[in-house]
Design a protein around this ligand. Structure first.
Ligand code: SAM
Length: 240
């Protein structure tokens, strides 16, 4: 079955954007996944096509109106199978590989992209939207976040990544960062490739790679290392 992404946005022309290229683009053309974009402005009801208004309580910026956003969401919901609906926001749960795997296991996603100060919170509550962030920084809109999230998802769909690019050993697949990679020439600017990689001894290579993955994770991401070490005791909560 085709994995169906529906994006609710003020900038539908941003999709599929970069996801029309490379592996994701090939997957799209092969029908492994599909994407449609719903233009929020098309659901405005006044002649100026207003989608936002000033915030109650005062303050800077504008807020996206719940009635207009909800009408656009309703159209996206009606356009495909029942799927989790997400609101991309810096206040959401920070995306990780376990969440991506959960999303990929389902029939697809509906992604609401905010602009300005964001959307009226009542539509988030009324539609039970899962609030997801792509990291602890603020973008000017949800569209780049939607592209990041979709890229992480579609590359894991069956038939999108070839066997050669398989994600089995990559960073975050098993809670560790990946070991470093090397290719020809074996000596470059006086820098030699770790000798074990030239040994042809598969078990030793695997052992070295595992040790490097553990070392790098321990040094760079003590948070991931602690979670990896205690993984069996505290499994992460499912997100959908
Ligand atoms: N006023 C909001 C706040 O302080 O939390 C920021 C609004 S931001 C300028 C506009 C839109 O960009 C948000 O509604 C959201 O859709 C998107 N956005 C910004 N940063 C994001 C992030 N880290 N992850 C996901 N979406 C983000």
């Amino acid at each position: 079955m085709t994995w169906q992404a529906s994006v609710v946005t003020l900038f539908p022309e941003m999709f599929p954007g970069p996801l029309g290229q490379s592996l994701a683009g090939k997957g799209l053309r092969k029908g492994r996944w599909a994407i449609d974009a719903f233009d929020i402005r098309g659901f405005a009801t006044d002649r100026h096509r207003t989608v936002d208004d000033t915030p109650f309580g005062g303050g800077a910026g504008m807020v996206m109106r719940p009635d207009v956003v909800d009408a656009a969401l309703a159209a996206a919901i009606a356009a495909g199978p029942e799927r989790p609906a997400l609101y991309l926001t810096p206040r959401g749960r920070v995306l990780d590989q376990a969440m991506v795997r959960d999303f990929v296991a389902g029939p697809g996603l509906i992604l609401l992209c905010g602009r300005y100060e964001g959307v009226d919170q009542r539509v988030v509550e009324a539609r039970g939207l899962l609030e997801v962030s792509i990291g602890d920084y603020v973008l000017s809109g949800g569209e780049p976040a939607a592209l990041v999230l979709l890229d992480a998802c579609v590359r894991l769909l069956p038939g999108v990544m070839g066997a050669a690019e398989s994600g089995v050993e990559e960073s975050h697949a098993d809670g560790l960062l990946e070991y470093p990679h090397y290719t020809r020439p074996a000596d470059w600017q006086g820098r030699a490739v770790p000798p074990v990689l030239l040994s042809g001894h598969h078990a030793e290579v695997a052992k070295w790679r595992r040790a490097e993955a553990e070392r790098i994770t321990r040094e760079r991401r003590p948070d991931l290392w602690a979670r990896h070490a205690g993984r069996d005791r505290a499994p992460s909560a499912p997100c959908v």
